[in-house]
Design a protein around this ligand. Structure first.
Ligand SMILES: [Zn+2]
Length: 72
């Protein structure tokens, strides 16, 4: 699943557009698992982020739905 999301998103962070690889590639759940466990493996709920953007998103400083979506 992780590899699938990485390939689908072109290996780029969808927040800042930066190319990410290896341990910098974070898979983020748009809808938290705690809110909807059935979305855990749903590709439409998974997005590729770099480490720093993932931290920002997890801290809730920005809402995913409102942000621009980078296509690489
Ligand atoms: Zn980023």
């Amino acid at each position: 699943m992780r590899e699938y999301i990485y390939e689908r998103d072109g290996g780029c962070c969808k927040e800042c557009g930066r190319f990410v690889f290896g341990r910098q590639a974070h898979i983020h759940h748009i809808v938290p698992i705690s809110e909807n466990p059935s979305l855990k493996l749903d590709p439409s709920n998974l997005i590729l982020l770099c480490e720093s953007c993932h931290k920002k998103v997890e801290e809730g400083s920005r809402k995913w739905e409102e942000r621009p979506y980078f296509f690489c």
